[in-house]
Design a protein around this ligand. Structure first.
Ligand SMILES: NC(=O)C1=CN([C@@H]2O[C@H](COP(=O)(O)OP(=O)(O)OC[C@H]3O[C@@H](n4cnc5c(N)ncnc54)[C@H](O)[C@@H]3O)[C@@H](O)[C@H]2O)C=CC1
Ligand SMILES: O=C(O)C(=O)[C@H](O)COP(=O)(O)O
Length: 388
């Protein structure tokens, strides 16, 4: 079997090496010639899997180790009988933790308590659904907009569903977690445009960790030049990897599409397409990824009695993931850089992203602390108690 794969898929050789020839290539440069005689193509989000790439190839399987699949022409693959698989939910926890890490920094900077804010989540799927439940457990007032979920009797739950306009009207913090869609009953392209931006309440925090074009970036730039009360966190950008440096200068936290980049989430993505490929070709899935996942650098934190509530949570969150580093590195690398350097730097920051682990890899010891603090750490998915 010949497998062509994005070189940025972690544990590629460990998983697929024994199955045949594995050709690892930079995702953006995978060409029709590369896949012509391949049996399987394994990508991440930067490879456009279009008719032009795939036609005249011997491909039987395409897998993307990502949650999103707007880079895949699934209709064309289906028309050619090529199997397709993605990795739903693989990095949802990482994205939720990205949002929490951003809110933790902003709450300290701007002097607010998350519990005093209403959070509105647009897109209540794997990411948005986890975020919704976590906010509920943290005692935060939360609502969601997801007309597809709401209108489906099988998936509807007792969450508080509202329309986009209602959500914008009532939320202090707006989190975007929809896929990028251009058609269907509820397309998300430019879901947030000039009108929606204008309608946001004074002081709204807007976070986009879905896909760049869900916000009209030109309208956002214009809006931010007119009102300085909005706080914006952008992980995703229109025209990636060419993130607009002017917009970057206007937003409060800027990162290069790394919200889902926990090592745990990336490895889960690899595992999901590995299992799907094995199943498709009738091969045994022998590799056990948890067994070869590295141990976290930081395994345990102990808090002294009397440490304040918010200090304790912030310290734990920032020890695992300090989003300020990602923001600083992006600004340093991209501001003032010319094309094509800017694009190359955006991609390099993603390729060389340092190891980041999920909250659940850190054990937190809370001797003689308030029970409420234990509840909060549990809601955030940290491990509790002294085991070492
Ligand atoms: N920044 C990053 O690193 C990452 C970004 N993503 C992006 O986030 C998106 C969401 O991820 P998941 O939650 O895993 O996907 P998902 O498919 O589980 O959830 C998406 C939800 O959005 C809803 N939705 C679709 N159109 C909508 C609309 N017009 N208004 C409101 N809701 C709508 C769907 O019904 C679904 O419940 C992915 O498609 C991907 O594009 C995902 C992972 C990492
Ligand atoms: O899973 C998704 O969807 C994402 O957005 C991924 O985090 C994108 O990562 P890359 O595939 O671009 O490495």
């Amino acid at each position: 079997m010949k497998i062509v794969a994005d070189e940025n898929i972690p544990l590629l050789m460990e998983c697929f090496g024994a199955m045949g020839e594995v050709v690892a290539l930079p995702g953006r440069s995978i060409s029709p010639e590369d896949v012509q005689d391949a049996d399987a193509l394994l990508v991440r989000s930067v490879t456009k899997v279009s008719r032009q790439l795939v036609e005249n190839s011997s491909l039987k399987f395409v897998g993307t180790a990502t949650a999103g699949f707007d880079h895949i022409d699934r209709d064309y693959l289906a028309s050619q009988g090529i199997a397709f698989s993605h990795a739903p939910g693989c990095n949802a926890t990482a994205v939720v933790e990205y949002v929490l890490a951003a809110l933790d920094i902003l709450a300290e900077r701007d002097g607010f308590e998350l519990r005093d804010r209403r959070v509105g989540i647009i897109g209540k799927g794997q990411v948005g659904g986890r975020l919704y439940r976590m906010m509920e457990r943290l005692g935060v007032d939360v609502c969601a907009c997801d007309p597809l979920l709401e209108s489906n009797e099988d998936s509807r739950d007792d969450a508080r569903y509202v329309s986009v306009d209602q959500l914008i009207e009532c939320s202090d913090i707006i989190c975007l977690h929809t896929p990028l869609t251009m058609d269907g009953p509820y397309p998300t392209h430019y879901l947030i445009g000039e009108q929606q931006l204008r309608a946001m309440k004074p002081g709204t925090v807007l976070i986009n960790a879905g896909r760049g074009p869900v916000i009209d970036n030109a309208a956002l730039k214009q809006c931010l030049s007119e009102r300085d009360d909005l706080t914006v966190v952008l992980d995703v950008w229109e025209h990636e990897p060419d993130a607009d440096p002017e917009l970057m200068a206007q937003v409060d936290i800027a990162t290069p599409h790394i919200a889902g980049y926990s090592l745990d989430g990336k490895i889960r993505g690899t595992e999901m397409i590995y299992k799907a490929l094995c199943q498709h070709f009738g091969l045994p899935a022998r590799v056990r990824l948890p067994a070869i996942t590295p141990l976290p650098v930081l395994k345990q934190m102990k808090f002294s009695e009397g440490t304040s509530f918010s200090t304790t949570c912030s310290k734990a969150i920032r020890s695992v993931y300090d989003i300020r580093r990602d923001d600083a590195v992006m600004r340093k690398g991209l501001m003032g850089a010319e094309e094509p350097q800017r694009r190359l730097t955006f991609d390099r920051l993603r390729k060389d992203y340092p190891e980041r682990r999920e909250f659940s890899t850190l054990r937190v010891e809370l001797k003689n602390c308030a029970a409420e603090l234990t509840d909060v750490f549990q809601a955030l998915q940290f491990k509790i108690g002294d085991e070492l």
